[in-house]
Design a protein around this ligand. Sequence first.
Ligand code: BTN
Length: 322
Amino acid sequence: MTLKEKLLEKLEQSEDYLSGEALAEAFGVSRAAIWKGIKALENEGHEIIALQKKGYLLKTYGEKLDSDKILSFYQGKAPLRLEVHEALGSTNDYLKTLAEKGEHEWLAVLAERQTSGKGRLGRSFYSPKGTGIYLSVLLRPKLELKEASLLTILGATVVAKTIEAMLDKEVEIKWVNDIFIEKRKVSGILSEASLSLESKALDYVILGMGINVVKGKGLPSDLDNTFGALFEGEAPQAFRNEFVGTLLTELSSAYERVAQKDYLDYYREKSMVIGKEVYLVTPHQKEKVYVKAIDDFGALIIKDEKGNERLINSGEVSLRFE
Ligand code: BTN
């Protein structure tokens, strides 16, 4: 562990201010080294309150994530189990290891922060402490491989519905998995599927959801204009626990009907791309197309500039408006 990481761990465990002197002594380094470590953490997006006579305190937003509190809001029928971690590399990766060892479905894993949060298409997902919800759920749906994208659609639907239920805000969904409020992305979903070679069906799916609850100060500047959050200022104290409980309740009831596909109606209704001209972007090209519809497997039905109608799967493609 680097000094910066050790410092963060110590600050996370402390509910009171820690003096620079005490920290320097604990790690056997100079106070200047501690100050440098604190600045490096601030540059990564951690908010640290520094008071001259008292020292350093890591700022947290509202109450901590708590399994019992989340379960008190959970009303689903699915046999939910929860794990809450202070920090993980990626909740998806962590859960994948458990899935490979045979873990049953409906284990949900949360982390206060992720050190290497993952986004779609190999991107990283900025996951600082306290400002967001980083949640992964292990599911073992009885679906064929070609239906795997439906889980992403289901996830986006559930996140959007939960936001609408808890906040009086209009939500839009950008195919395939991005949730927007007032043209800013507030949530992204990464579902990762594993195929059973024997049955050629899905073995498991990890449904990973990242939600920006408040806008932390250290958002990388290239993301600052694109990303939004559920709240402009601070969130209500118990918001995250209630949100997660409500979201998992929504997920439990939507998942019962995963094969019926009725959630596709809501998804289409909230789509910000159907009936629009967009750019399909891959690492090699950018193509202007018109989006006609979304089919029953979650694929995009588009018309290209030559007038040909084509089907686009989410795999390697992202959508842009300009
Ligand atoms: C995207 O916007 O491209 C998808 C972002 C998905 C982020 C979530 S946070 C919880 C889970 N763990 C990860 O490493 N990623 C997903």
